[in-house]
Ligand binder design. Structure first.
Ligand SMILES: Nc1ncnc2c1ncn2[C@@H]1O[C@H](COP(=O)(O)OP(=O)(O)OP(=O)(O)O)[C@@H](O)[C@H]1O
Ligand SMILES: [Mg+2]
Length: 392
């Protein structure tokens, strides 16, 4: 097993970190420090080594250090199954708007999704706490996020499906009647993507379920996972081609209704990811707040195990403020699990004592309030020479 890990990290003008540097090993990393010192900001920076907008889904310009002209940048040396790679990302000098530049070994990546070919990262933060109660859209987004970790093409398929879906709705609402041949073509495009999306979701649910089932001793509650959606339900009894035809037929039948309501009634954009507390036989959204957190942690850990066995390499785990919510037994269990997974987990908390079970096999960073930007010219020059050059 060769887990993904960060070996070096440098942040520049990244929120409250003016010039932060860290160098370490592939072991887990415990970040402690007072409220507001910048622990979550460090995890957020690491999350930018994966596609997307990072842990907080922030606007990229918001991340620039308040009051500074410079744009933020981060640099990491990462250990990956392919060996060590240098990854840099930041708001480029010439990109102006809300776009970041990403370089791997000095080469600019065309799309952020290509980062998945280089490094695996999986995050769990307090922002995920409401995922079960926030309804089916939030749960489905969580599932799609997990699926994308296994399957690089998943996000692309979803956007292809969404594009065809909105083109079809636009076409159906054409004043004075629509072109039927074009509607059929768009429905065929939707169905092709829909079946691929549904199949990928079902496959990943199976992989995570296998990982959960091979791990019955855990003190964390075990979630039972399911998926309720037109195409997913068809796929459990029909071969892919027939499921595609069945969905095309449904779309054709619902043209009138979709035209009137202005929305597509059926499809993978409406599927519900079902998470059930296995011993209580209760949907996650009806469980207590603590039970929901444990179910989610259980789900994320099983996903990490499934990815480790599928990709031969555990993803880097970013666990922000997870430990504070766990009792002694669960802290010890989490430590044992992380140790056996061999993953580099980055965990934050205010008290180092909470991490007692982790410390023997982890690195500890006491995050102190960042130094003010008033540093020597010589030191700044040294940092600048190392800085990831994001301008094109
Ligand atoms: N763009 C920015 N520029 C400068 N500082 C910022 C920016 N965005 C956020 N901050 C500040 O960064 C500081 C650290 O935030 P962070 O969320 O990382 O703290 P933390 O160590 O995780 O604290 P807690 O223990 O409360 O979770 C906060 O004081 C916040 O106001
Ligand atoms: Mg924090």
């Amino acid at each position: 097993m060769n887990p993904n890990a960060i070996l070096e990290l440098r942040l520049f003008y990244f929120r409250n970190h003016f010039a932060y540097q860290w160098k370490g090993s592939a072991a887990p990393v415990i970040l402690t420090g007072h409220n507001g010192v910048g622990k979550t900001n460090i995890l957020e920076a690491i999350s930018f080594l994966a596609p997307g907008r990072g842990l907080r889904s922030a606007k990229l310009a918001e991340i620039d250090q308040w009051g500074e002209e410079e744009k933020w940048a981060i640099y990491a040396l990462a250990k990956t199954p392919q060996g060590e790679v240098n990854i840099g990302t930041g708001r480029g000098e010439n990109t102006g708007g809300d776009k970041r530049i990403i370089k791997v070994e000095g080469e600019v990546l065309k799309t952020a999704s290509q980062l998945k070919n280089h490094i695996g990262i999986l995050a769990l933060t307090p922002l995920n706490d409401r995922v079960f109660v926030d309804g089916s859209t939030a749960r489905r987004d969580l599932l799609d996020h997990l699926v994308a970790g296994f399957d690089n093409a998943h996000s692309k398929r979803i956007s292809a499906y969404d594009t065809a879906r909105s083109e079809r709705l636009k076409l159906l609402s054409t004043y004075g009647g629509y072109d039927r041949v074009w509607a059929t073509a768009l429905e065929a495009r939707m169905a092709g993507s829909a079946v691929a999306i549904a199949a990928a979701r079902l496959e990943v649910i199976q992989r995570i379920t296998d990982a959960l089932e091979s791990h019955i001793e855990s003190p964390f509650p075990r979630p039972l996972l399911g998926l309720d959606g037109t195409v997913e339900n068809d796929l459990t009894s029909l071969p892919a081609l027939q499921a595609e035809e069945a969905y095309c037929a449904r779309l054709e039948q619902s043209r009138q209704a979709d035209r009137e309501s202005g929305r597509t009634q059926e499809g993978p954009h409406r599927s519900d990811f079902l998470v059930i507390h296995s011993t209580k036989k209760m949907p996650a959204e009806m469980c207590s707040t603590g039970e929901q957190k444990s179910l989610l942690l259980s789900l994320i850990l099983a996903t990490a195990r499934a990815r480790a066995s599928w990709q031969g390499s555990a993803p880097i785990l970013l666990f922000d403020e997870i430990i504070a919510h766990l009792d002694e037994v669960r802290r010890a269990a989490l430590a044992a699990e992380i140790k056996s997974l061999g993953a580099q987990v980055w965990m934050t908390g205010t008290e180092v004592e909470s991490f007692r079970d982790f410390l023997p096999f982890s690195q500890h960073i006491e995050v102190s309030p960042p130094v003010s930007p008033v540093i020597s010219r010589e030191a700044m020059g040294r940092l600048e020479r190392n800085r990831i050059e994001t301008s094109e």
